[in-house]
Design a binder for this molecule. Structure first.
Ligand code: NAP
Length: 291
């Protein structure tokens, strides 16, 4: 493949995703706000760019994997941003979890430079990102997806075309809604089991034997029982996603009372200093208010 890929954002997810592009033999130029995080990628053969605008000017496909909507807007639309450097005919692929409204705004900005856009948020955490086994949810034109498919395939095992620009972001938020409910529900069940003097391992055993068993219990569930909250998906990002679900729900006139309650729980957890822990630390938040 001769496409030149620019990759902006080398956090928990971006670093293994960009590594997989290099392992697939692609020419990759990276940039990260905290420059030191680019060093491991440089040692794998990536060129390190000076700014988002510089990387965009030298890339056919530019990928962003940043925090939330404001962060992506800053890197794309701000000073020395992607929109300043992007070439006519290039594609911006935003893989961060943002709102569909943000995806449409980014698409409009690059369209003004005759460039194309895909929103392509991912399902799967650090493990699947490292293994190149993410599920990628794409919004945008089918022909734009086909141009980018070989690049996305280096990072993911399943690519789902959700619809036009913003559809990938909307589908991702609906998916994380289930994850937030699962985490909050399991945390409440675990608290109940613990306070009732039962063995949490028996609880996991029952869930595993039930019709709603999930690999999630073997990773996050076991981790929560052991109280291991090392970050794979930061609690602050889950809280951001819950806020974005609320915004989308209000835009499309869908009332989500349970999701609203879970969002308040995550908000309390963030205010209590748990923002940088894994989202599974919602258990610690519940315990602290149930003391
Ligand atoms: P992360 O570890 O917090 O990394 C965030 C990255 O964005 C870092 O490279 C950070 O740069 C950069 N960044 C943040 N704000 C910025 C700004 N204003 N200007 C420039 N750079 C900025 O996040 P992550 O876990 O990799 O997640 C990235 C995205 O994927 C998020 O939208 C998240 O919701 C989504 N996601 C995460 C997971 C997961 O399991 N972790 C799974 C699916 C989707 P610095 O290094 O300078 O801070």
């Amino acid at each position: 493949m001769s496409l030149r890929v620019g990759f902006l954002g080398l956090g928990t997810m971006g670093t293994p995703m960009a590594s997989n592009l290099l392992k697939a033999g692609l020419k990759v130029q990276v940039w990260n706000r905290t420059a030191s995080k680019a060093a491991p990628l440089a040692s794998l053969g990536a060129k390190v760019g000076k700014s988002p605008a510089h990387v965009a000017a030298e890339s056919d496909v530019i990928i962003t994997m940043l925090g939330g909507p404001q962060d992506v807007e800053q890197v794309v639309l701000g000073e020395n941003g992607v929109a300043e450097g992007i070439k006519s005919g290039a594609v911006l692929v935003d893989m961060s979890t943002v709102s569909p409204a943000t995806s449409r705004k980014l698409a409009g900005a690059v369209a003004a430079k005759q460039a194309e856009f895909l929103d392509a948020p991912v399902v799967g955490s650090k493990g699947p990102a490292t293994a190149g086994e993410l599920v990628i949810l794409v919004g945008g034109l089918p022909q734009t997806l086909e141009r980018c498919r070989p690049i996305l395939q280096a990072m993911g095992k399943i690519i789902i075309h959700a619809g036009g620009v913003g559809a990938g972001s909307a589908l991702k938020l609906a998916t994380n809604l289930m994850l937030a409910h699962l985490a909050a529900g399991f945390a409440e069940g675990l608290l109940l089991v613990q306070r009732a003097g039962l063995d949490p391992k028996r609880y996991l055993e029952v869930l595993e034997a039930s019709t709603f068993r999930s690999p999630w219990y073997q990773t996050k569930g076991v981790g929560m029982v052991k109280r291991e909250f090392a970050v794979h998906f930061a609690l602050k990002h889950m809280h951001k996603d819950l806020r974005l679900m609320g915004e989308l729900a209000s835009d499309v006139k869908a009332d989500l009372p349970i999701t609203r309650a879970i969002q308040q729980l995550f908000e309390q957890a963030e205010v209590s200093g748990r923002a940088e822990l894994d989202y599974s630390a919602i258990l610690a938040q519940l315990e602290s208010v149930s003391a």
